[in-house]
Design a protein around this ligand. Structure first.
Ligand code: MOS
Length: 728
């Protein structure tokens, strides 16, 4: 049966070599310099005092005891904080992740809303001083989440595009003989990357340099420029290494301009590192969601109707939503589809992208419902996916550029030993353990942006892959290629998110390498020995500039993109061009998992899992496997462990630290079997690459839930699945 995958997979057809990581030595030797490690001359250190209430007003604030401390340079509050220009919300043609501007008035809008920022000559002094500030509040009741009095549900402007529809759901539903109608929910989750959120601001005259871990230096550059009334050219953002992003470092937050403005005010560099706890409230997160899924089919198992209604929590100010029906509606052949997205405004900081933002919650609901449906039909869950597999979009009829879903299911099922599964729930045991097998579909849409490329490596292997693509296109030894990334002075690049770096930046490299090769060789396929090549040309260096745009990119999208607006980015569609109906482009996969539930305690263990994934051309099987590995493990954690607990009465996060916010550790993940499925897609982009970074965690939560049901006979529809829910 299953065996652990070797860490260096053998490349199959349409895969490159499993090169070692470009940045491996820098990282293991501790030489890689992350943003907060940057040594700047004569720095000051900032510490934020976060609000102790979730909603209300500052009644009084006394900073004198803090200011009296030796080493304290200045204490900022809403009374004296530097003025900043409001920037529009990222989802509203803007660039900031939360439009609530801290310290502009006395109002507290969410847990952890900054109340003051102390700047001192050491971090310890700033922190100590912050605790001497005397604040009193007039507190009001906060509506933190669903069902709390004061939370308001709206059908926000702009979500219609994500509410895919076809045919007549009500008619299909009414006539169908087999139906499932269920509700599901997913919890609040926070990224908790190892590297904390930080900002270091250094002014040189009117020129600002920012060291900040960022998934899109270009957007941060333009956003901060806008907030501080600077020209973008006078702002430089450097972020050569990022210690985990997961979407949390994607969009500009309010802290950056605040720190930069303080540095300008004080005439010295200022460094701010948020605490782990502050990362829960001063950055974004995955908000809790609710779902109603209705599936109806003929007795054969062929779907005739699918409806998916989602509810998502956001802040008062910003209508952030992930609207995952946009993707779930494309999964299976179905003539009648309906969907709806509801936004619930509550007293919260604004949520944002978190790894596979739409797919993790929405595919959980769909794939858990598919398992219930398979049971209702007495059809094997893998066969149910086969019966409903499709080569075209069920919404538009446009053919997929390529779709290897069933190839993934079949390869994963064979390796996992799915045929040994007794379909009856609670029928398999071993000693005191009830054993369950579950599976689910993984998917991720292929997105791309224009690129010249200030790309980023957020731990994904982007340095390695860019090195490899360059070497391949020029016919050079990879060791001869140096890669520079994460600097806004470099030509504009795509956002390290939406799993699109390789497709976007890789396509720009492909285009640029062709120009260089042409100059060196006059059209020969390889440059060969560089010294010889330069000698032949009588040159010491060649500089070439190239850009790549997804076909059909219009001028306005391009302009928005080049100024760091995510709307251009997000609408992979717009950026991807192609006249409607746009062909659906997705990477697919299949996740299989075995769970063991203890007969008496209901302790849940996952001894092994198998995933098979197809993502078009795989540049580097080693780094690809690593991405899949991380995603599957995160998926298990998402099903069983990860949840930010809400104190609904006080409107505050409870376990805002990584002692109590549970993540998967080695003991949670004994064996992971990863299969790279060979796939060729000639339509997505010139290098045939689909995005894979966010693929493998999708559906893993459902696979676990389905396996828990198989082990115990109990459906847990509200994540995370914990022992108490199985005992209830
Ligand atoms: Mo990812 S959540 O698109 O940074």
């Amino acid at each position: 049966m299953t065996q652990a995958t070797p860490p260096v997979p053998t490349p199959l057809a349409n895969m490159g070599q499993p090169l070692r990581r470009y940045d491996a030595m820098e990282k293991v030797m501790g030489r890689a310099r992350y943003a907060a490690d940057e040594v700047v001359p004569d720095p000051l250190y900032a510490y934020v005092l976060s609000s102790g209430i979730a909603r209300g007003e500052i009644a009084s604030i006394d900073t004198a005891p803090a200011e009296a401390m030796p080493g304290v340079v200045k204490v900022y509050t809403h009374r004296n904080a530097p003025r900043r220009t409001p920037v529009k919300f990222v989802g509203d043609d803007g660039r900031v992740g939360d439009t609530n501007m801290p310290m502009t008035d006395a109002v507290i809008r969410h847990d952890g809303d900054p109340v003051a920022m102390v700047v001192a000559d050491s971090y310890e002094t700033a922190r100590d001083a912050s605790r001497r500030i005397l604040v009193s509040y007039s507190e009001s009741a906060a509506a933190m989440t669903f069902d709390r009095p004061g939370a308001t549900t709206v059908h926000a402007e702009g979500v219609e595009a994500k509410e895919k529809k076809v045919g007549d759901f009500a008619r299909g539903w009414a006539a169908a003989p087999v139906k499932v109608d269920q509700r599901y929910s997913t919890p609040t989750q926070h990224h908790n990357a190892i590297e904390l959120y930080s900002t270091t601001a250094v002014w040189n005259g009117d020129e600002l340099t920012l060291y900040e871990p960022s998934q899109w230096v270009g957007s941060l550059q333009h956003g901060v420029a806008e907030m501080l009334d600077l020209s973008p050219a006078s702002v430089r953002v450097r972020s050569p290494y990022v210690g985990g992003g997961f979407g949390g470092k994607a969009v500009m937050t309010q802290r950056t301009a605040l720190v930069a403005a303080a540095a300008r005010d004080l005439g010295r560099p200022v460094k701010l590192v948020l605490t782990r706890k502050q990362g829960f409230t001063m950055a974004t997160y995955r908000a809790e969601t609710r779902h109603r899924v209705q599936l109806a089919s003929e007795r054969s198992g062929r779907l005739v109707a699918y409806s998916h209604e989602g509810w998502e929590v956001t802040s008062r100010a910003d209508a952030y939503n992930v609207g995952g029906t946009e993707n779930t509606a494309e999964m299976y052949a179905c003539p009648n589809v309906a969907s709806r997205i509801n936004i619930v405004h509550a007293d919260r900081n604004t949520p944002g992208f978190m790894r596979s933002p739409p797919e993790v919650p929405y595919m959980f609901a769909l794939e858990a419902a598919m398992d219930e449906f398979a049971e209702a039909l007495a059809i094997d869950p893998v066969e149910l996916r086969r019966i409903n597999d499709t080569a075209v979009s069920p919404i538009t009829g446009a053919p997929y550029t390529s779709r290897s879903l069933m190839k993934c299911f079949d390869q994963a099922a064979a390796s996992f030993g799915w045929s040994l599964r007794d379909p009856r729930p609670a029928s398999m045991t071993e000693g005191d353990w009830m054993v369950g097998y579950g599976c689910a579909t993984a998917c991720y849409p292929t997105a791309m942006t224009p690129a010249e490329i200030a790309a980023h490596d957020i731990g994904t292997g982007a340095y390695t892959v860019m090195q490899q693509l360059t070497a391949r296109e020029l016919g050079l030894d990879p060791a001869a290629v140096t890669v520079v990334m994460g600097d806004s002075r470099l030509p504009f690049g795509s956002f390290a998110g939406g799993s699109m770096t390789t497709a976007s930046a890789g396509s720009a490299i492909f285009t640029c390498a062709a120009k260089i090769r042409e100059r060196f060789t006059g059209g020969m396929p390889a440059v060969g020995d560089l010294d010889d090549a330069f000698a032949r040309l009588g040159l010491t260096h060649i500089e070439e500039y190239a850009e790549w745009f997804p076909p059909g990119t219009d001028a306005e999208t391009l302009r928005d993109f080049m100024s760091g607006k995510f709307e251009a980015e997000e609408s992979g569609e717009a950026a991807c061009g192609a006249d409607p109906p746009k062909p659906p482009m997705f990477a697919f996969g299949a996740n299989f998992v075995e769970v063991r539930v203890h007969r008496r305690t209901r302790e849940i263990r996952v001894p092994r899992m198998t995933g098979a994934f197809a993502g078009g051309h795989i540049v580097n099987p080693r780094t690809a496997r690593s991405q899949y590995l991380g995603g599957m493990i995160w998926g298990v954690a998402s099903a069983l462990l990860e949840a930010t607990e809400l104190d609904e009465k006080r409107g505050r996060y409870v376990n805002d630290n990584i002692a109590e916010y549970l993540l998967a550790v080695n003991a949670d993940v004994p064996q992971v079997d990863i299969i790279l499925v060979s796939e060729v897609d000639t339509k997505v982009n010139p290098i045939g690459v689909k995005g894979i970074g966010e693929l493998s965690n999708v559906g893993m939560n459902a696979a676990v839930a389905n396996a828990v049901h198989h082990a115990t006979g109990k459906r847990v529809r509200d994540l995370p699945i914990t022992m108490d829910k199985l005992l209830a």
